[in-house]
Design a protein around this ligand. Structure first.
Ligand SMILES: Nc1ncnc2c1ncn2[C@@H]1O[C@H](COP(=O)(O)OP(=O)(O)O)[C@@H](O)[C@H]1O
Ligand SMILES: [Mg+2]
Length: 157
C-alpha cells in the first residue's frame, strides 16, 4: 500500500458521524498531517479500552486528552491518579512557544482550559473527600482477598 493510500485508510477509518473524541492526527515521516484526524465516536466511549506503550510514548497524555474531552461533553470521568499525573485537569494550562508550534502543526487552536474536578482520597489521607465502604458492600470475594483467606476460610465466609 502506498504512503498516500495508508493516510487515506487512516483518514476514512477514523472518521465517524456524530460527536467524536479527537486523539490527534497521523504522523507521516515524522510530520503531523493536520487533515488526517484520529478520532473515536463519543458513543463508543462506554466500551473497554487499553492505552499501551513504552514509557514516554504518550499514554498519560492520551488519558488527559480523553478525560478533557469527555468532561467537555458532560461525561463524568473517574480516574485513579496514583502518581498525580492527572490532577492538573483542574487548572488551565499555560501556553509556551513550543506548545503553540506543536499544536498549530496539528491544525489545532490551543487554549488553556480547566475542567471541573473533585478529589477523593483513600483512608482519610490528604485533602480530598474520603472514600469509605461498608464491610457488607465488599462482598465475600473481595473481603476474602483483603483478609488473605485460604480457600477453606473463603468458602466458610
Ligand atoms: N501527541 C503528542 N505530541 C507531542 N508530544 C507528546 C504527545 N504525547 C505525549 N507527548 C509528550 O511526550 C512526553 C511523554 O508523554 P506521557 O504521556 O507522559 O508518556 P507516558 O505516560 O506514556 O510515559 C511528554 O512530555 C508529553 O508532553
Ligand atoms: Mg505516564
Amino acid at each position: 500500500m502506498s504512503h498516500d493510500a495508508q493516510l487515506d485508510a487512516i483518514k476514512s477509518g477514523y472518521t465517524f458521524e456524530g460527536a467524536t473524541v479527537n486523539l490527534g492526527v497521523a504522523l507521516s515521516n515524522g510530520e503531523p498531517q493536520p487533515d488526517v484526524h484520529v478520532s473515536l465516536p463519543l458513543a463508543m466511549m462506554n466500551r473497554h479500552g487499553l492505552i499501551a506503550g513504552a514509557t514516554g510514548t504518550g499514554k498519560t497524555k492520551t488519558l488527559q486528552v480523553l478525560a478533557e474531552q469527555l468532561s467537555a461533553n458532560g461525561v463524568p470521568v473517574f480516574m485513579a491518579d496514583v502518581k498525580g499525573d492527572l490532577s492538573g485537569i483542574a487548572a488551565p494550562g499555560e501556553s509556551n512557544d513550543k506548545l503553540v508550534a506543536r499544536t498549530s502543526a496539528l491544525g489545532q487552536t490551543w487554549q488553556g482550559t480547566s475542567y471541573p474536578a473533585e478529589f477523593f482520597t483513600l483512608g482519610g489521607e490528604g485533602t480530598g473527600v474520603p472514600i469509605r465502604a461498608t464491610i457488607e458492600s465488599f462482598g465475600p470475594i473481595l473481603l476474602s482477598r483483603v483478609m488473605d483467606l485460604n480457600s477453606t476460610q473463603e468458602s466458610a465466609l
